[in-house]
Design a protein. Structure first.
Length: 366
């Protein structure tokens, strides 16, 4: 709620007049076939099994109209990713609760006392690439579509970033032939900067998802998929929020024909290669589940959820990308708040017995 309120304030605070140029985010003048209204309602009833019981949860969403802007002669706070003009906050590249208020005070103090470095060549727009705190899920479905939109519509853009871009971001930018200039100064002046409205967190518009999915298909077109695995488990054993005795779950799934992957160990090409032919994906709730958007339509996504850490983000993402999704609720244990392998095995086995026999009976990996 706080973030949505801040977003509305930012939208109302955008200046009017000759210093702002507008370009509708999805009504590209160069390709009218991509036209799609972003003012659409989404209502879906999910059947979710949590705490041992099944509940019906209705989730609704409304996408606000989204636009890209070019703002001339403004100030960028690179630490917080905030853009200022005439003392007003125009855009928040790194939305966090409280960041706008804190950064406003910092910006006012610095911009009044320091001669600011000017960023960007005259008559050439700048886009500041957001690190989004190094979070893979947010970067893939929120920032990457914006970057692709900028490439499509602003051919002479200059890309800049702070020095905290994660390795996966730098790898994907390299694939897109983008080498951003790193800004070391905390506050800089900008001749022209491109701002793009954001969707609500983890509510990407289908057109955003289409951009990323199209990129994945282009990159895997003609690739060697001989070593792909149709059954994949994404382990969290090397990271936080691991299940108790997760190795037991891994061993069980291997016995059922699954490949165990640690998403943090895979480069972007390898993620695309592995998930592009996946038919059943199992994973605990977390950023690794974002890779479900690279799996074929109608794939089965089995999400392991816990009462201490869960939100319907990946249920929504599965619905938007036309996947089947089952959320398996696990009970916290004295050793792990995120469930135990024995309980996961018991519940997953029931799903797999039905799915693998009825839907995949002709496959050799049964």
């Amino acid at each position: 709620m706080i973030r949505r309120f801040v977003s509305n304030v930012l939208r109302l605070g955008r200046p009017k007049g000759q210093s702002v140029k507008y370009l509708s985010l999805f009504d590209s003048p160069t390709d009218l076939s991509n036209r799609l209204s972003v003012s659409e309602n989404f209502v879906k009833t999910f059947q979710i099994s949590i705490h041992g019981s099944t509940e019906q949860i209705e989730i609704g969403h409304y996408w606000n109209p989204r636009t890209s802007y070019i703002v001339e002669d403004c100030v960028l706070n690179t630490k917080f990713g905030l853009v200022f003009k005439n003392g007003q906050i125009l855009g928040d590249f790194n939305p966090r609760e409280g960041s706008a208020q804190d950064s406003a005070a910092i910006n006012r103090a610095r911009s009044k006392s320091v001669k600011l470095k000017r960023l960007g060549a005259p008559n050439q727009s700048v886009y500041f690439i957001n690190s989004l705190g190094g979070n893979y899920a947010h970067w893939i479905i929120e920032e990457l579509p914006k970057i692709m939109f900028v490439l499509e519509n602003y051919p002479n853009v200059q890309f800049f970033s702070s020095n905290d871009l994660p390795d996966f971001s730098l790898e994907i930018l390299s694939i897109l032939s983008i080498l951003p200039t790193v800004i070391s100064e905390p506050v800089v002046s900008v001749n022209e900067i491109i701002l793009i409205d954001s969707c609500d967190v983890l509510w990407p518009h289908p057109v955003d998802l289409d951009r990323v999915i199209s990129l994945s298909k282009r990159l895997t077109c003609g690739a060697d998929l001989n070593h792909k695995h149709p059954l994949i488990y994404i382990s969290r054993k090397k990271s936080s929020r691991s299940l108790e005795d997760e190795s037991k779950l891994e061993n069980y799934l291997v016995s059922r024909g699954f490949e165990v992957l640690h998403a943090e160990d895979l480069d972007f090409y390898e993620k695309l290669r592995q998930f592009s032919e996946c038919e059943i994906l199992i994973a605990p709730f977390g950023a690794g589940l974002t890779n479900l958007i690279f799996t074929p339509s109608k794939s089965l996504i089995i999400e392991l959820a816990s009462p201490s850490y869960w939100a319907p983000d990946y249920q929504v993402l599965s619905q938007l990308t036309n996947h089947r999704h089952v959320t398996v609720g696990l009970q916290a244990t004295p050793k792990s708040n995120f469930g135990s392998a024995p309980e996961a095995i018991e519940k997953i086995s029931q799903i797999l017995d039905i799915e693998l026999k009825n839907q995949l009976s002709e496959k050799k990996y049964l």
